[in-house]
Design a protein around this ligand. Structure first.
Ligand code: OGA
Ligand code: NI
Length: 353
């Protein structure tokens, strides 16, 4: 219901409503977060392509996340996109109510939390979700500044395709490999608004999750931190430089790389004194595409980690669960790879209680 949008009600709330309070064991434990670690930065303007590819291989293997600078998307485009995003959430409540929906199947919708039909505790977040490809199909229905947003979407798509090329090369595949196998890719955008919050230690902006798509390109307000990623069993806070994007591997690139690259857990926390905005762009395989790693990677690994499935099957499964249940890819694991993992862990003495 639109009257639950935080952008409409949060200013009137003096304390955190019970519906947002996580049970003790699930709270963010902010004092344990590592704040001085950094994710790798890749300079896409470097003339040394070998170095770029090597840095991407390292980042995708060990972090699942990296930051890109000199990426070719214009500063102006990034600034305007952020401004449009901010203005949108300041619209009068009646305007926002027209766009409100909690049906994940809708292609343009404003909602709150993550999936209020499923979850028991809410997230301190509103979001506007837009389908963005093909642009002509969707721009006529976008709520505000379709020119700014569509220019931004085109530039980001270009960057995403370039990154998919570099990621293919970094796996020893031909540059076009990923772009070809992902088919006619959809592009979705989530404009996230995390208002300042009366009790950031009791709740999340977005609880731990992995992204179900192929590749995510995140624009964030670099003056307000909030994104954290899981690394070596700890949460690390991810800051960002002005004019940079944060890139992460989604579940589909983990599957297509046969588990070599990681779709890493991440979350957004909220702040007591500052609102935060982020704009996530998701490149998604075409619905009917069969997600199946290339022969080369299968023979290098000696086995297929996951069953083959279509993206449509995966996406339905993803939205039918809670965001922080087990990694959704676990549900698509091959029995043979589960067995060999169990053998590996029992022979190394791990995992025994
Ligand atoms: C997402 C996401 C992080 C952020 O939208 O999937 O992880 O910092 N967002 O807003
Ligand atoms: Ni995410």
């Amino acid at each position: 219901m639109a009257d639950q949008l935080l952008s409409t009600i949060s200013r009137k709330l003096r304390s955190l409503p019970a519906s947002y309070v996580r049970p003790e064991s699930q709270r963010p434990r902010l004092h344990e977060v590592i704040s001085d670690a950094a994710i790798p930065t890749v300079d896409l303007g470097s003339p040394d392509q070998h170095q770029i590819v090597a840095q991407i291989a390292d980042a995708c293997t060990h972090y699942g996340f990296f930051q890109v600078v000199n990426h070719g998307v214009g500063n102006k485009s990034m600034r305007l996109m952020m401004e449009v995003a901010q203005e949108f959430f300041q619209l009068p409540a009646e305007e926002k109510a027209k766009l409100y929906s909690d049906d994940p199947a809708k292609k343009i919708r404003l909602s709150t939390s993550f999936n209020i039909r499923k979850e028991t505790v809410r997230n301190w977040r509103d979001y506007l979700r837009l389908h963005c490809y093909p642009l002509e199909d969707f721009t006529p229905e976008w709520p505000s500044n379709p020119e700014v947003v569509s220019d931004y979407c085109k530039e980001v798509r270009g960057l995403g395709f370039r990154l998919l090329g570099l990621i293919s090369l970094s796996l020893g595949l031909e540059e076009e490999y990923m772009v070809k196998v992902l088919g006619e890719q959809e592009q979705h955008m989530a404009i996230n608004y995390y208002p300042k919050c009366p009790a950031p230690d009791l709740t999340y902006g977005l609880q731990a999750h992995t992204d179900p798509n192929a590749l995510t390109i995140l624009l964030q307000d670099h003056t307000v931190d909030g994104l954290q990623i899981r690394k070596d069993d700890k949460w690390i806070a991810v800051g960002s430089h002005p004019h940079s994007f944060i890139i992460n591997i989604g579940d589909q690139l983990q599957a297509l790389s046969n588990g070599r690259y990681k779709s890493v857990w991440h979350r957004a926390i909220v702040n007591a004194n500052k609102d935060r905005m982020s704009v996530a762009s998701f490149l998604c395989p075409s619905n009917r595409v069969l997600i199946s790693p290339p022969e080369k990677l299968l023979s290098e690994a000696g086995r297929a980690m996951y069953k083959n499935y279509t993206y449509e099957e995966y996406y339905d499964r993803f939205w039918s669960r809670n965001l922080d249940d087990e990694h959704c890819l676990e549900l698509f694991k091959n029995a043979s790879s589960l067995e060999s993992e169990n053998q590996a862990s029992s022979s190394s003495g791990g995992n025994q209680s």
